[in-house]
Ligand binder design. Structure first.
Ligand SMILES: O=C(CO)[C@@H](O)[C@H](O)CF
Length: 526
């Protein structure tokens, strides 16, 4: 069994020995926990840069989803291993003395009641936050620059990365930091709830903090010291992502009937879990079309750069995964769907069918929030002569959005050194991967076949696979061996003949125009 704590929802999947899904359910934060008044599971603060989520909402969602399973008659005693994943980079701050409260939580009460006083920061910073620019500059300065930091930790300093978020809390609320005995990632926080004590951070999700040396798999003392004092003891020691952390807390056996022998396998980030769920192989590109769109690939010898991220591979500690994050993902698509297709995906798809590939040379950049890849914000439209225009007809706008999002992915993947080869497969997952018209554009822009996997939520499935893998990893069994019975990714679409020739000049134009829309703080103040 495994849980996935994402930005907008909590999801659970249980699978049997044949890797068949035997239970699946969600709790949507906005709809099912309206008392927290979140939008998309988050609070966007008035500065438009700070983005947080209430940590108690996550705890209450866990209580809710387990109660739903229990009332459905689910037999928890059959669960042999449990793992999970959480949105990357987010952080949870446990107040002094909380470990004892966590250990002693009464099985008579839902967890959120026992833990309500345990968090020194009640609104956790999450991956959508971009309020730590000064902390990023300070960290890069301390490490000798952006590239030296990227070489050590796999990424230059990014606002959403946990080290910079901790530095902000330490500098703005030193008393709160002093009152904090443990700092978890969202993934290790969720693991702690099941373990009944603080769970360690795994190498893969730990690579998204600007704190972990990805080659040595140990905290970088220089990075820790540059962010906050006494940070190492608050983080604990990182562990391999396949580690078995221990048996499930007695709280779950008493309250839900879990077997006391159920093992907790280290939780990891949502994207590393997706890599496991999609059973990515060398040469594949995975594209997760979610709240944020992410492109990731399995890589043997990475070269950390000033764009994108190199993370420790969650299923093979000797290799790595390259990741590019595009913050304006499904929320951007939904806004254009609402405005240009009356809120209907069918109409949206019809618009894609009624416009020709290449959109008659019209190109668009759609960034409602500050984009990560590249750093840019706002809506920018250009006609076939590269002249800025203020609007497009609705169906042209829809195609410009989708072609633009996928051209950006190909351009930035190739900048990271990735080559689209004849054997390249694109494995698509996430909500939009159900839409064949959207996938057709993806296939044409990359000139590669697109496969989808059975469940739209690969991060969930990946965590279930990792739970099983955790039980045998010590015997050097690879994840691939453990999941060979899993459903094969299904071929969804293949490239339209002539797509490569059509998009090659468009990709070149898009890359050139992107330089014009890159965020330049100086010009934006004028
Ligand atoms: O920031 C990201 C990756 O670096 C996002 O994909 C988050 O993991 C989404 F939860």
């Amino acid at each position: 069994m495994q849980l996935l704590e994402m930005t907008a929802f909590l999801k659970v999947i249980a699978i049997d020995e044949q890797l068949r899904v035997i239970y699946e359910d969600n709790v949507h934060f906005d709809k099912d926990l309206p008392e927290f008044k979140t939008q998309g599971g988050v609070y966007i603060h008035s500065d438009r840069l700070t983005v947080t989520s209430p940590v108690l909402m996550w705890v209450k969602a866990l209580d809710m989803i387990l109660e739903k399973m229990k009332s459905s008659g689910f037999n928890f005693s059959q669960i042999r291993a449990l793992s999970g994943a959480g949105q990357q980079h987010g952080s949870v701050y446990w107040k002094k003395g909380s470990i004892q409260i966590l250990k002693d939580a009464s099985s008579e009460l839902p967890l959120h009641q026992s833990l309500k006083g345990c968090f020194s920061v009640s609104n956790s910073p999450i991956w959508m936050d971009s309020s730590t620019a000064s902390q990023c500059r300070a960290l890069e300065k301390a490490m000798g620059g952006a590239q030296p930091l990227a070489t050590v930790t796999g990424s230059r300093a990014y606002e959403r990365f946990t080290g910079n978020q901790i530095a902000k809390i330490y500098s703005q609320n030193p008393e709160v930091y002093k009152q904090t005995e443990r700092i978890s990632l969202v993934s290790s926080f969720a693991a702690s709830l099941f373990l009944g004590t603080y769970a360690p951070i795994d190498y893969s999700d730990g690579s998204g903090m600007n704190l972990l040396q990805i080659w040595e798999k140990a905290w970088s003392k220089s990075c820790l010291d540059a962010c906050a004092p006494g940070l190492e003891e608050r983080l604990g020691c990182p562990v391999p992502s396949h580690s078995v952390l221990g048996p499930i807390s007695p709280y779950y056996s008493q309250r839900y009937g879990f077997s006391p022998d159920c093992k907790i396998v280290a939780f990891t980030g949502d994207n590393p879990a997706s890599l496991a769920g999609m059973r990515l192989q060398e040469g594949d590109i995975a594209i997760s079309l979610g709240t944020s769109d992410t492109l990731f690939l399995w890589i043997q010898e990475p070269t950390p750069a000033l764009e994108g991220h190199i993370l420790c591979n969650p299923v093979d500690s000797q290799t790595y995964m390259a990741l590019l994050c595009f913050k304006n993902g499904s929320l951007m698509r939904e806004r254009i769907r609402d405005e240009c297709a009356s809120g209907s995906w069918d109409e949206f798809s019809k618009a894609l069918s009624s416009t020709a590939a290449g959109n008659s040379g019209n190109l668009g950049f759609y960034f409602d929030v500050m984009e990560i890849t590249p750093e840019a914000v706002g809506i920018h439209r250009f006609n076939r002569d590269n002249q800025k225009v203020s609007s497009f007809p609705k169906e042209v706008e829809i195609r410009a959005l989708i072609e633009g999002q996928f051209m950006a992915k190909r351009i930035h993947a190739e900048k990271l050194g990735y080559k689209v080869l004849p054997k390249t497969r694109i494995l698509a997952t996430g909500g939009a991967s159900h839409n064949k018209k959207i996938l057709q554009v993806l296939s044409d822009v990359f000139n590669a076949p697109v496969f989808t996997i059975d469940t739209a939520n690969s991060a969930c499935l990946g965590s279930a696979y990792r739970a099983i893998h955790g039980l045998v990893a010590e015997r050097n069994v690879s994840l691939a061996d453990v999941v060979k019975l899993a459903p094969e990714p299904r071929l969804a679409v293949t490239p339209t003949p002539g797509a490569e020739e059509l998009y090659r000049p468009l990709l070149k134009r898009y890359a050139e125009l992107e330089q014009k829309v890159i965020y330049n703080p100086a010009s934006s103040c004028l």
